[in-house]
Design a protein around this ligand. Structure first.
Ligand SMILES: *Cc1c(COP(=O)(O)O)cnc(C)c1O
Length: 354
């Protein structure tokens, strides 16, 4: 650290992304990417756009915004496109949270929330999960003007609240913004986008990183009431109006034109998730019932960390978190059927060798 780093930021603990190792070919089940490549039309669209990179991108993302709005059944003024959904989350924290509207989120959830809170000097409160790792929606009712953030389904547990529970949270917090982070919603959960017309305090965020095979392109979006979205655009134009680059905007548009391809991939992931869950349970694992593209699992035969390290040694990467409450677990991204069969065979070998 230099002696110039401000006192405020010197204390910041940054987010730790999952490993992206270069030393060997791993079966990569650690960062919830899609195992499927983008559709051919997406690759072609991004390639064509690469030839126009001397020009700035369209700061309004007009075509992509209109396409997304029509697919999700909302008005274009209800949509903001961002550089990954991490960016719309950061914008939302900047726009809607401060000392008078502190953040509230579950104690076990996406690791970026406390980082963005600290970066933006926003006080935050973490609410413990129930013993079964679910979010108790009653803890989030009637919180006055606080800003609530809930990943639904939650990460890294994979568990969901119902739409009725989400609506109850939004309805009982009319003076605070409720952000529902739906990064994993395409893998079987119910979306709260349908409520954004009815409640002016609801912001739903989603991403092209998981279900639409574009993690490396960085494309996310927010859907909410028109006034909330206008505020987010104010923050965006005050940060980087060209936050979505030309290749990514073209890739995103083509991906929405090929939506059936991606939704079919999601169904395949859900089948592979059922296979993996059953196979891990047959090996004695406890597996939380997931509605995402990962499962969260533990065995009492070895520690979470020991299993993570042994899998890595054998060429399979999963994600292990050090946090005490979840250190027994590993988060395993659902890949292709072949990858999951290799994973299960390797876990089975490891357990036999104990
Ligand atoms: C992956 C993820 C995101 C954001 O991913 P981007 O690649 O920035 O779109 C947001 N929230 C949760 C819970 C995630 O798991």
């Amino acid at each position: 650290m230099s002696r110039f780093f401000t006192k405020r930021l010197a204390k910041l603990t940054p987010y730790t992304p999952g490993e992206q190792p270069r030393d060997m070919q791993y079966i990569k089940l650690n960062t919830n990417e899609s195992p499927f490549p983008p559709s051919p039309a997406v690759i072609q669209a991004a390639t064509i756009e690469a030839g126009r990179l001397q020009l700035y991108s369209d700061p309004t993302c007009r075509e992509l915004t209109d396409k997304l709005a029509s697919l999700y059944g909302v008005a274009p003024e209800q949509v903001i496109l961002t550089n990954g959904s991490d960016e719309v989350l950061n914008f939302a924290f900047m726009a809607f949270a401060d000392e008078d509207h502190p953040l509230v989120f579950p104690a076990i959830t996406y690791g970026f929330y406390p980082v963005f809170a600290e970066l933006n000097r926003i006080p935050y409160e973490e609410i413990p999960l129930k013993a079964d790792f679910s979010v108790n929606y009653r803890d989030y009712l009637n919180l006055g003007g606080k800003t609530i953030v809930i990943a639904n389904p939650n990460a890294p547990t994979g568990l969901c609240l119902t739409l009725a529970e989400i609506e109850e949270i939004v309805r009982t917090n009319p003076d605070g913004v409720v952000v529902i982070d739906e990064a994993y919603v395409d893998f079987g959960a119910e979306s709260a986008v349908t409520l954004t017309d009815k409640y002016e305090n609801l912001l739903v965020t989603q991403t092209f990183s998981k279900s639409r095979s574009l993690a490396g392109a960085r494309l996310g979006f927010g859907i909410g009431g028109k006034a909330l979205i206008a505020d987010l655009h104010t923050v965006r134009y005050s940060t980087n109006p060209y936050n979505v680059n030309r290749m990514t905007a073209a890739a995103g548009y083509a991906a929405l034109c090929d939506n059936d391809y991606y939704m079919q991939n999601c169904r395949t992931i859900m089948e592979n998730r059922a296979y993996t869950t059953d196979a891990l349970r047959a090996l004695g694992f406890e597996v939380l019932p997931s509605l995402t593209n990962f499962v969260f699992a533990k065995t009492d035969k070895m520690s979470g960390e020991a299993l993570y390290l042994e899998l890595k040694r054998r060429g399979i990467l999963v994600r292990h978190f050090g946090k005490a409450e979840i250190t027994d677990y590993n988060r395993i991204t659902i890949g292709t059927r072949e990858q999951m069969e290799a994973f299960i065979a390797t876990v089975s070998d490891i357990l036999k060798e104990l």
